[in-house]
Design a protein around this ligand. Structure first.
Ligand SMILES: [Zn+2]
Length: 119
């Protein structure tokens, strides 16, 4: 499946960059912190490049573009492979507004001070 290949590709890139960073640190006596920073930057760029196609409405079965397809009752049907995709394409007029407020937990309750156990 197409999405599994993307995951394998991302994992391969991350492993390769980590191995390259470790190799550069150990073989060429590169300082560890700058090498780690460069490695993290390379990982971010690689994952961004790989996941770029997922930012568009994309068929999870074959990876073809789903923008412009009308969603049916059960989702968006791919014209290429017939896969029903659960994620509907984005509305054309920008991202949806009105972010749902995150529910707050009752973590702000002040607990009474514990009695001290002095001898
Ligand atoms: Zn498809």
């Amino acid at each position: 499946m197409w999405i599994h290949r993307i995951r394998l590709k991302a994992l391969a890139w991350v492993v390769a960059i980590v191995i390259a960073a470790i190799g550069a640190i150990s073989l060429f006596a590169v300082p560890a912190l700058p090498a780690l920073g460069v490695a993290v930057a390379f990982v971010a760029v690689a994952l961004n490049q790989i996941g770029h196609r997922l930012a568009q409405p994309t068929c999870y079965g074959c990876g073809s573009d789903l923008s412009g397809r009308e969603p049916g009752q059960y989702g968006v049907e791919c014209a290429e492979c017939g896969t029903i995709n659960q994620v509907p394409p984005r509305p054309p007029a920008g991202p949806p507004q009105g972010a749902s407020p995150t529910p707050r937990l009752a973590a702000d309750v002040h607990s009474p001070d514990r009695p001290s156990h002095r001898a």
